[in-house]
Ligand binder design. Structure first.
Ligand SMILES: Nc1ncnc2c1ncn2[C@@H]1O[C@H](COP(=O)(O)OP(=O)(O)OP(=O)(O)O)[C@@H](O)[C@H]1O
Ligand SMILES: [Mg+2]
Length: 400
């Protein structure tokens, strides 16, 4: 969040210094200026705060420290959460203690100097970031897994991430296909760092470090990729992924995982925190059979039917040797959450242009927008209402 500052000072050069400095700080601005810092200024500042509720105050009490401290006390009584930076000439410990008791959040000595002012702005930014974080609901983790290779798991995960980012959700796509992840190349990205670098820095991981490691798609979402080196990939453990996932849901609204095919340690590490697991398959016999096994394994691990959602990719009617949608539902004993139509040309066009298919007008765009709408609207609930009995589970071979 950019800095908004209300400045109160009887010194024109003080106000000028602040204005000039903030002009060089991206996004930062002075939202109100007052040419006095006496007792009455606090009423005007409270009015400013109505228009700029996230603003902080810089109060120059150098002209009359006693009056200034009283103005500060009044402000803090009226708005205890207000961040006020006090500035004056003396820096005696006695004065600092009095300022602190009156409710000052920070202090800058005059005459103002650039490095000290910059440090104070950094502290303000950190305070704002913490305040924003505080009370923010945890983000949601959505995991996409494929019942079989090549069914379109990465395509679904990438497009869902794109829709989330378009809807102004802070979004990160995590490619957990540690052996052969290709989400970044779907987006034309060439990552320099990987999940392995996150693992190596887990004990000091913060948002700015993560921003340095992740790549960023033009739509605005971040992408964490697997390492190129398979040996490094092998060193990524389930507990690492669990810790990273816990960190990410604190920082992002939507964490989207392109999962590996097998139920490996890394995938299990993030499944636990997943609000939904999307099992992607096509209408192929093998994919449906694998999906059946996958669901059984996830069921044994304690996943409820509501958390597991079936996405049928490349859906089409009357395909040769295709399993019908009804057969899929009967075999898996659950309703299909969403079906994405088979549009090979459009899909390949998106791949060749390294953009998500949802960026191009057409059926795939409609389908991915519809899928995202359904995911985001019903949160954790599944297409099969919890109260309704699931369809009878049949043996796959019995219905084909
Ligand atoms: N709805 C669709 N219609 C037609 N083709 C599609 C569709 N969705 C994806 N594809 C194509 O299917 C191929 C495989 O897609 P993708 O890489 O997303 O699958 P995957 O399950 O992640 O594969 P892998 O097992 O290699 O990770 C790609 O060429 C993609 O363009
Ligand atoms: Mg894939």
């Amino acid at each position: 969040m950019p800095i908004s500052l209300i400045v109160a000072s009887s010194e024109p050069h003080f106000r000028e210094f602040v204005r000039e400095h903030l002009a060089h700080t991206p996004g930062a601005k002075v939202v109100a200026e007052h040419d006095e810092a006496g007792l009455n200024v606090y009423v005007r500042i409270l009015h400013d705060m109505e228009r700029n509720p996230h603003a902080a105050v810089l109060l120059d009490i150098g002209g009359d420290p006693e009056q200034g401290l009283r103005a500060l006390e009044h402000m803090k009584n009226a708005m205890p959460g207000l961040y006020v930076i006090v500035s004056e000439y003396q820096a005696s410990s006695e004065f600092l203690i009095r300022g602190m008791r009156a409710g000052a959040s920070d202090y800058i000595q005059q005459p103002l100097k650039r490095p000290e002012f910059r440090d104070a702005m950094t502290r303000l930014e950190q305070h704002m970031a913490r305040a924003q974080q505080h009370g923010k609901p945890l983000g949601k983790l959505y995991t996409f897994v494929g019942a079989k290779g090549g069914v379109g798991t990465t395509t679904d995960a990438v497009n869902f991430a794109a829709v989330c980012a378009r809807q102004q959700k802070s979004t990160i796509l995590v490619d957990l296909d540690l052996d052969s992840g290709d989400a970044a190349s779907f987006l034309g990205l060439n990552p320099q760092y990987s999940i392995y670098d996150v693992v190596e820095n887990l004990d000091r991981l913060d948002q700015s470090m993560l921003d340095g490691i992740a790549s960023r798609d033009a739509i605005g979402f971040s992408v964490l990729s697997p390492p190129d080196d398979l040996e490094k990939a092998r060193m990524i453990r389930g507990d690492h992924i669990k810790e990273i996932a816990a960190f990410l849901v604190e920082k992002y609204d939507a964490v989207i995982v392109d999962g590996s095919r097998g139920l490996d340690e890394a995938l299990l590490g993030c499944l636990e925190l997943s609000e939904s697991v999307f099992l992607v398959l096509t209408q192929e016999f093998l994919a449906v059979r694998n999906a059946q096994q996958y669901l059984a394994a996830l069921g044994k691990l304690g996943f409820s039917a509501e958390q597991l959602k079936i996405v049928v990719n490349r859906y089409g009617k009357g395909q040769n040797s295709a399993v019908s949608m009804e057969q899929i539902q009967q075999t898996l004993g659950t309703k299909i959450f969403y079906a994405i139509p088979n549009r090979y040309q459009d899909s390949m066009q998106a791949v060749h242009q390294s953009r998500p298919a949802v960026s191009y007008a057409g059926d795939l765009q409609q389908a991915y927008m519809g899928m995202a709408k359904k995911i985001l609207a019903n949160g954790a609930s599944s297409a099969t209402p919890a109260s309704a009995p699931p369809p009878e589970r049949k043996k796959f071979l019995g219905i084909i």
